[in-house]
Structure formats: structure tokens, C-alpha cells
Design a binder for this molecule. Structure first.
Ligand code: FES
Ligand SMILES: [Fe+2]
Length: 371
């Protein structure tokens, strides 16, 4: 393992432990993160969320627009989530200050008299851009103490190929730092050990694989290929359509893994995100949509089991990591993890210097491993 990779990995995880109280240097700011499911936000109700250790209050205005504010009143810091939604505003429970929910701007301070000079409209509660996509409430987390940029990118959306499809959402928490959550997500070598089951693959089916990867902006792509012959679902897909299956898997900073499987007119599209909640806790949100003749009630238990297997492994890993062991990233099975750390480091460097981001890959690469 190169020293650089070791350093990035160890510093981001170790510093996270040491600098408690300050912002975790392993968090990536200025990106969209899923904060809640759309169905969690009911009219006239406030909900709480924690993203990158920032407490948020989420809700919907009377018009139905989702909003996200810092869960702290700028007056005395009481969580705004103890207050209430009033039309397009949130009212603090303590002295009744009201804030426009979408801009954070104060619109009323009930205690002011006609003699008071305080300019109410100059008072702001912290607020974050908020959008709904694919049944999630996404929040754009700009770095603490910074202003929102003029233009922010679109919130991520799941790729779908038509109007009619089935969709499921699953999530689970991992007692892990975001970096361990992410490299666990992209790790190709744990499949035959962690995900052993009749419907997926058996340990005995391990064989050598060669996969082509290419650089994409802020990430890398496993180039379109025919998926592993030892996975039953892909075999099934091929049987139904009689046409070859192609799979494209992308990883994009800060935390998105998408996979699209296509065979003839049939498709299956999924996305997993790993979102930092605290430095020692992250959450996987998995969404999948498809037009295959596969009922949701059949797919759900398999997907759940798969996630639970990952979760149990990460719980066990956290037990080991408490003692701060030295870790390794090996070639080629851990090369994607190395790219992740390098992408992250290069992004931070380009933000620091203002120079264009250097991509850690200079062209297509074939990786080989057994799984
Ligand atoms: S603390 Fe919120 S209005 Fe005073
Ligand atoms: Fe896994």
C-alpha cells in the first residue's frame, strides 16, 4: 500500500477520534445528502435529522415544499424542532420568533415594540437547500461557516428507463466512520464470505475476475460488462429475455454507488448511498427500481438480508477498530478503496488551491481479483 493512501485513511479515521468536538476532517461538505424519507415529513409536523453531525429540523410548508433548517434558534439556541410550522414559517417555542422555513429569514419577533430599531429581516436561522427525489429528502450541506454558493448542482436522481416501474427503499445504520462504510460498499472480495446464500453465491463458486474501470468526473465506473456468471439473479434475467445482460456500476463522490442492469427491454437500476450521521455512525440508503416481472414482496426480503449481512459485518468490524489497529489496502481487490481515498484527497486539495481537480486514474484500468 502506498504511504499516501495509508496516511489519508489513517488520518481521516484517527483524527476523527482525536478532534471530537470539532468538525470531522473526513466529512465532505458542499454535497447533497439524503436526510430522511419523503414519507417521514408530514404536513404541519417537524422532524429531526442529524447529517455530518449537524442537527437539522425538517418539515413541509403549508404548500408542501420540504425544508431543512439548523435545529437551533438563533436567539437562544433552543431546537426549532420543539416549535411548530405556521404556513410557510417555523415558529420557535421559546419567544415565538418566526422564520421563513425555506430561507431561514426572520419574519417576526413578537416582543418588539414600535420603538424598537432591530431589523427583523436581518436575522437568519441556519437553513439548507432541500429537494425531494426518488422518495428522499435531500439536503445540501455547505461547510460550517461558509455561505451557500450562487449555483448549486442538481440533487441526485435515480436513473429509470420508462414511466412504469416498481421501486423499493431500504436503509440500515452502520456503527462506522463514513470511510469504512464506503469502502465496505465498494469492496468486491467480501461477497463470497459475507453474502453466502443459495440465491446469491456460494463460497465454492469463487473464481478469478477481470473488470475494466474508467475514470468519470468525481468517481470511477466499472465499464459495461456481462455480470458474474455465479450470481443467480443475473442468470434469471438472461433466461427471461434470452438476451445478454449488461451491468454498469459507478461510484461518485461523496457517497453514491449506482448500478444499472439491462437485458433487452428489461432493466434494474439501484443506488446505495452511505451518509455520515456522526463520525462513528453512518447510514446506508438503498433504493432500487425495475420493470422486471419481479414483485416487490419477493425482492424485499432478499435485499434486506443482504443489507443485514453487511450491517452485522460492520458491527463486528467496529469492535476491532475500537483498538485502533493498523490496516491494509491491497491490490487489486482494494484498488477501488484506494481510488476513493485519492479522489477525496484530490478534491479537498483542489478546493483548497482553486486548481482543477486531478483524477487519480489516468485512463482505463483492468483490475483482477478472485470472488
Ligand atoms: S430562543 Fe427561539 S425565540 Fe427565543
Ligand atoms: Fe456487502
Amino acid at each position: 500500500m502506498s504511504e499516501a493512501v495509508r496516511t489519508v485513511m489513517q488520518t481521516s479515521v484517527e483524527e476523527a477520534r482525536e478532534t471530537s468536538g470539532e468538525v470531522d476532517p473526513g466529512f465532505l461538505w458542499d454535497f447533497w445528502y439524503p436526510a430522511a424519507r419523503s414519507t417521514d415529513l408530514r404536513a404541519q409536523k417537524l422532524a429531526k435529522a442529524l447529517l455530518l453531525e449537524v442537527p437539522l429540523v425538517l418539515g413541509r410548508t403549508a404548500e408542501g415544499k420540504a425544508f431543512a433548517m439548523r435545529d437551533a434558534c438563533p436567539h437562544r439556541g433552543i431546537p426549532l424542532s420543539y416549535g411548530r410550522v405556521e404556513g410557510e414559517t417555523v415558529e420557535c417555542c421559546y419567544h415565538g420568533w418566526r422564520f421563513d422555513a425555506c430561507s431561514g429569514q426572520c419574519v417576526e419577533i413578537p416582543s418588539l415594540t414600535s420603538q424598537d430599531k432591530l431589523k427583523v429581516e436581518r436575522v437568519f436561522a441556519g437553513h439548507y437547500p432541500c429537494e425531494e427525489r426518488d422518495g428522499y429528502v435531500w439536503v445540501y450541506m455547505n461547510a460550517p461557516g461558509t455561505r451557500l454558493p450562487e449555483r448549486i448542482p442538481e440533487a441526485p436522481a435515480l436513473k429509470v428507463f420508462g414511466q412504469k416501474y416498481k421501486i423499493i427503499h431500504l436503509s440500515c445504520e452502520l456503527p462506522s466512520h463514513i470511510d469504512h462504510g464506503i469502502i465496505g460498499l465498494m469492496d468486491p472480495a467480501h461477497g463470497p464470505f459475507v453474502h453466502q446464500s443459495w440465491f446469491w453465491r456460494k463460497r465454492a463458486s469463487i473464481h478469478e475476475k477481470a473488470k475494466q474501470f474508467e475514470p468519470i468526473p468525481n468517481g470511477f465506473r466499472m465499464s459495461p460488462h456481462t455480470p458474474s456468471a455465479n450470481s443467480a439473479p443475473y442468470q434469471l434475467l438472461k433466461k427471461i429475455t434470452g438476451e445478454p445482460v449488461t451491468t454498469t456500476i459507478d461510484f461518485i463522490l461523496p457517497n453514491l454507488r449506482t448500478e444499472v442492469d439491462q437485458s433487452g427491454k428489461l432493466w434494474f437500476s439501484s443506488r446505495a448511498t452511505v451518509t455520515p450521521v456522526r463520525r462513528d455512525l453512518c447510514r446506508i440508503d438503498f433504493v432500487a427500481a425495475w420493470n422486471l416481472p419481479l414483485p416487490v414482496f419477493l425482492f424485499r426480503p432478499f435485499a434486506k438480508k443482504f443489507l443485514r449481512q453487511d450491517q452485522e459485518t460492520m458491527i463486528q468490524q467496529a469492535e476491532g477498530l475500537k483498538h485502533n489497529p493498523r490496516l491494509m489496502l491491497i491490490d487489486d481487490a482494494d484498488r477501488q478503496a484506494k481510488w476513493y481515498f485519492a479522489l477525496k484527497a484530490n478534491l479537498l486539495e483542489s478546493r483548497r488551491t482553486g486548481a482543477p481537480m486531478v483524477h487519480p486514474m489516468d485512463g482505463p484500468v483492468t483490475l483482477r481479483w478472485r470472488s
